[in-house]
Design a protein around this ligand. Structure first.
Ligand code: HC0
Ligand code: SF4
Length: 575
């Protein structure tokens, strides 16, 4: 413990922490744009500068440590003036058309300028026009980039991909796709972690709301039936963007809000998750008993960021991906086959939309081999949680006081197993619950397969079980740098598993690239707990006990892995 003085007050603080941390701990948080704890501590934006007695120059707080007896001023006139000048320099290269920016109202630069009383941009010059391909799900606007390098570091350190890099030099230095590549050829997984860590609107998702509205196109078109499905992780975060308390932001209120946006049917991707469990657990058991020796485990395939990663980084392992489609994909195909038959509407008159916490899902729906219903794409549009929030806001609804309503049936009834898909380890836990039942013929306690947290030894979690005489070794990982370590260990033969769940985004979909953004604050763990609570409160906690799933097999699919199930619910990842 050391003694420091901040703004005239004396504090005892731990030694060996940064000035930034010391100020935060003592109630003097500093403004910053580029700082991301443990990931980007480079002092590039110079907005966190402080004055330190005895030092001639102002010092960046994020990458300098405290020392005993240090005397710090966080808000002196000199500090304030320097911050304003630094912001003016950033603004000189920034396209400040805030009203049409996707980050309007949620932008660290906008906030810092407002807080520091910047009323006009002093040195503004025209910024270059955007040349980015507008059909890619992830969009970069050079004119909004403040060169904070967060995207470079997130992609490199957390996702091990290095899609972004600094290019050009001097005053023309900026960030772009590394190695002079085009984004389409840069092995980008479209996980969107760069988007959720960008302080401004320089990186954002492709906006697809205009494909659902204007109204005459899909919503309110009397010739078209609109169907929306909502992913598990969306319910854990949607309230954040609408200022709803946790108690108010229930799945039932979300269903009610979507109904008032004009969708004819509001379905739950959790139903699709239950269906994925049925197929994937059956596929896994078949693999475990097929008499063949498998060098690698079976990998889950529901995260399109992870699937893109495997295809580009380790193409020889693609055969070890589960052939089961993602819940989004299964739900979509059932919507335009089974459900279309039920309501007597041809598939090409159904406009099907999903709301996902994810950007990569926007690319998943365009993969030809996932479209099996025979009427164009099984899903027409995928919106992110952020786009859905904007859509609800556009209705001017009093969301907090909406009644809670059920999802529509038959693709809206789901279980606690489905809802935990949205958080790391949940797919595995849900699949093991049903897998055990299928193998042993008896239902275990739903809490038997709580995932083991990652250990000191590995950046992934592992657990082993006995399925009526079949030993089952499992691992769970999220974040692609962690995943790369796991895959290297598998390839070197250091670890052996039978079934592995991978999610590209740290914490799973709850931390997905389409979720509400809280500058630098990681909410995946809190949102994950919300999903586990929903599971605990659910009446049914096993996918195979979902009555609507049982009915779907009875009326349409036969049984898991039947010829029909293979045709509609499985895919060939090589296509
Ligand atoms: Fe996910 Fe999913 S859990 S990938 O994260 O499996 O996006 O929430 O919808 O499809 O269910 C995302 C979330 C999903 C799918 C589900 C899976
Ligand atoms: Fe998308 Fe979820 Fe995968 Fe992230 S973890 S890329 S949000 S599916």
């Amino acid at each position: 413990v050391i003694r420091v003085t901040i703004n005239g007050f004396v504090y005892q603080i731990p030694s060996d922490i940064s000035i930034m941390e010391a100020c935060e701990k003592t109630g003097w948080p500093l403004p910053h744009l580029c700082f991301l704890k443990d990931i980007n501590e480079i002092g590039a934006c110079r907005v966190c500068v402080v004055e330190v007695e005895g030092e001639e120059r102002l010092i960046t707080a994020c990458n300098n440590k405290v020392y005993p007896g240090m005397v710090i001023y966080t808000n002196s006139p000199r500090v304030q003036e320097a911050r304003r000048i630094n912001l003016q320099l950033i603004l000189s290269q920034h396209d400040s058309h805030c009203t049409t920016c996707p980050r309007n109202g949620n932008c660290a630069l906008q906030q810092a300028c407002f807080d520091l009383g910047i009323e006009e941009s002093l040195y503004h010059k025209e910024v270059p026009e955007n040349k980015w391909p507008q059909d890619f799900p992830l969009i970069r606007e050079e004119s909004k980039c403040i060169k904070c390098l967060r995207c470079v570091q997130i992609c490199d350190k957390i996702q091990s991909l290095g899609v972004w890099d600094l290019v050009r030099s001097g005053g023309r230095t900026t960030v772009n796709v590394s190695g002079g590549r085009h984004i389409e050829n840069a092995d980008c997984t479209v996980c969107g972690q760069c988007v959720t860590h960008c302080p401004t609107g320089a990186l954002h998702g492709r906006q697809d709301r205009k494909r659902v509205y204007p109204w005459e196109k899909a919503i309110n078109n009397p010739d078209i039936v609109t169907v929306v499905q909502v992913a598990p992780a969306v319910r854990a975060a949607w309230g954040e963007g609408l200022n709803l308390s946790r108690e108010r932001a229930t799945p039932g209120r979300l269903a009610a809000a979507l109904r008032r946006c004009g969708f004819n049917f509001v379905f739950d991707t959790n139903f699709g998750a239950d269906l994925t469990v049925m197929e994937e657990a059956s596929e896994f058991l078949k693999r475990m008993t097929d008499g063949q020796k498998h060098r690698y485990p079976m990998f889950t395939s529901c995260c399109p960021g992870w699937v893109r990663f495997l295809k580009s980084q380790y193409p020889d392992m693609v055969d070890d991906l589960s052939t089961s489609k993602s819940p989004q994909g299964m739900q979509a195909t059932m919507t335009k086959t089974y459900f279309a038959d039920k309501i007597g509407v041809p598939a090409d008159k159904i406009f099907s939309i999903s709301v996902m916490p994810c950007l990569a899902k926007k690319s998943e729906i365009a993969i030809p081999s996932l479209n099996d219903a025979g009427a164009g794409q099984d899903l027409d549009v995928t919106l992110t949680t952020r786009e859905m929030i904007a859509m609800i806001r556009a209705q001017n609804l009093d969301v907090a006081n909406l009644p809670e309503e059920p999802f529509d049936s038959p693709l809206g009834v789901s279980t606690g197993a489905g809802v935990i898909f949205g958080t790391t380890g949940g797919v595995m836990e849900a699949a093991l619950r049903t897998g055990y039942y299928l193998a042993a013929g008896e239902t275990p306690s739903p809490d038997t397969f709580k995932t083991v947290c990652r250990t000191e030894a590995h950046p992934w979690g592992e657990a082993a079980y006995d399925f009526a005489g079949i030993p089952v070794r499992t691992a769970v990982v999220s974040g692609l740098a962690n995943t790369r370590q796991l895959i290297r260990a598998l390839r070197r033969g250091e670890v052996h598993y039978d079934f592995v769940e991978v999610m590209a985004c740290p914490g799973g979909c709850v931390g997905g690239g389409g979720q509400p953004i809280h500058d630098g604050e990681e909410l995946a763990a809190i949102r994950g707990r919300r999903l586990h609570n929903l599971d605990r409160m659910a009446n049914i906690r096993f996918s195979h006990e979902n009555p609507e799933i049982q009915r779907l097999y009875r009326e349409f699919l036969g049984e898991p892995l039947s010829e029909k199930a293979e045709r509609y619910l499985h895919t060939d990842h090589h296509q």
